[in-house]
Design a protein around this ligand. Structure first.
Ligand code: NCD
Ligand code: ZN
Length: 344
């Protein structure tokens, strides 16, 4: 197959940042994606409906002329989030979910939750209002090996959450292990997982290929080959519990190439093309549309996009660096060939 037309996809996990960076990052996603679930980990975080409304306006102002890209906003769950914040979010037209970060787990997560049980009343309100809980599913205990943080989170917290709030819509964000897939595949109730393109493409060797590779450093970390294979099987299965979430997370080049580099892979500039590459390699291009364009809206209770995009098998070269205001950002697959190209 050399051409494929699919309904316009959405990105169900995206970091757009703020300020001048928006002018580079928003168009990169808006070009191909109809909507995106926008992560709230700004500094300070997006905690209230009013914060989300203001951030949404800044994102819309950075959209290219004529674009009808729709940012779907999220609130950042803190230990001071109230039941009333949840009610307001559920009543708003533009807040679609609440994001849980364990305190200290990743970029800008110091306002996150220290003890999940403390926010159970708020989670109960989310269950009642049908507002999804999006989870950064990792524990942060220093005695847990960093490659095991997701598996331990599932064991310690996810089962308990599931049985305490059986009606709660939950998304295990950026699933990286076979443990995550095993859980999501069989758990009762409304549960789903997003899967990034970099976790589908790379195993942990990519962090150390010929030397230290900071541009492959993200959280949760990329894992062993057997985990990558389990993710590919899940994503390409057509199962409605799995959908596209890039976790595209740009950082300036100097902040990644540093003695204490930031976590995050900037995949937005070729995200849908790279997912197509993964699905093609798995012999499952015919299931790309379910994963990229249908399963996500169904979970969130939204209609799929009406229009379509077309991809063609015409290789092109990704730039080595992209300019973002006064900074440069190194995209995923910098300087290398991208097999698929958006054509219409
Ligand atoms: C994200 C970021 O930079 O905001 N980084 C990452 O490695 N994925 C935060 C996150 O989603 O963990
Ligand atoms: Zn993220």
């Amino acid at each position: 197959m050399n051409r494929i037309r699919i309904r316009r996809p959405d990105d169900w996990h995206l970091h757009l940042r703020d300020g001048a960076m928006l002018n580079t990052v928003v168009p990169a996603t808006a070009r191909n994606f109809g909507r995106a679930i926008v992560m709230p980990n700004l500094k300070p975080p997006v905690r209230t409906v009013a914060d989300a409304a203001a951030y949404r306006e800044r994102i819309l102002a950075a959209c290219p002329a004529g674009s009808d890209f729709e940012p779907l906003m999220t609130l950042y769950l803190t230990e001071t989030t109230s039941v009333d914040d949840i009610r307001q979010a559920a009543e708003s037209e533009f807040v679609h979910a609440v994001k849980y970060y364990p305190a200290g787990a990743t970029t800008n997560s110091d306002s996150g939750v220290r003890e999940l049980e403390r926010v159970y009343p708020v989670i109960e309100a989310m269950e009642k209002h049908g507002l999804p809980l999006l989870m950064h599913g990792e524990v942060t205990d220093s005695d847990i090996d960093v490659f095991d943080r997701e598996a331990v989170f599932i064991e310690r917290h996810l089962e308990k959450l599931r049985s305490t709030f059986p009606g709660l819509k939950m998304v295990l964000e950026h699933a990286t292990t076979s443990d995550a897939i095993d859980f999501v595949q069989s758990a009762p109730g409304p549960i789903a997982a997003t899967i990034t393109v970099h976790h589908l493409m790379f195993n942990r060797n990519a962090l150390f290929e010929g030397g230290l590779r900071p541009h492959h450093y993200c959280l949760p970390l990329i894992k062993r080959e057997r985990h990558r294979q389990a993710l590919v099987v899940a994503a390409t299965s057509g199962n409605e519990r799995y959908f596209l979430g890039t976790d595209s997370a740009p950082h300036p080049k100097h902040a990644k190439e540093s003695d204490c580099g930031c976590a995050g892979v900037y995949s937005a500039p070729a995200a849908i093309e790279l997912y197509a590459e993964v699905f093609e390699a798995a012999g499952a291009l015919d299931r790309l549309e379910a994963f990229a364009s249908l399963n996500g809206p169904a979970f969130y209770g939204l209609a799929p996009n009406e229009d379509t995009i077309e991809l063609e098998r015409t290789p092109w070269q990704m730039e080595r660096e992209l300019t973002a205001d006064d900074d440069t950002i190194v995209p995923l697959r910098a300087g290398s060939e991208i097999v698929w190209r958006r054509v219409d």
